[in-house]
Design a binder for this molecule. Sequence first.
Ligand SMILES: [Fe+2]
Ligand SMILES: [Fe+2]
Length: 185
Amino acid sequence: MEKHVLGLQLPTDPRWINIAEKNIEDILVDHAYCEQKAASSCISLIIMYPENENLVAMLTPVVAEEWSHFERVLEQLTKRGMRLGFPRKDDYVDQLQKISKKGGSRDQQLVEKLLLNALIEARSCERFRLLWKEIQDAELSKFYYELMVSEAGHYKNFCRWRNRLWMKNQWRNAGAKFFYRKVRL
Ligand SMILES: [Fe+2]
Ligand SMILES: [Fe+2]
């Protein structure tokens, strides 16, 4: 089987880049909100799991980093005379949330949330890679290269944490095996 970026099962349609290039304002606006949601999601995890000091320590700098990405996207919009506008519906995240397992222990819920975040990071990273390689605008190409590297780091972080918790729950409860059997990154 062909290997895709960060283990994603389906690659982005290669025609996406042509559409993206013709709609750079939409891409930048969607991107800005992706960064905002990434920061918000980490903040929510901190609020939900304050007792997990190591997790809080891992997430806190990610919040700052995601917010700095938001600022940088905003800068790119402003530079081009474009405006932020309102966020659009995010079908990808909505669909992922629907298939996310509900219930279970706090650790199991956290595993699901970390997996969701990892998948979102992986897709962002894959799209940024396409933009870096294909986009004609040299400044945006460089910008997307830097962000691709950063999001890949977040993806690895979330995977590492998710795998650590998953192992811990496997040891504690053999039944958890069934719960996570289908979850593979
Ligand atoms: Fe980011
Ligand atoms: Fe990220």
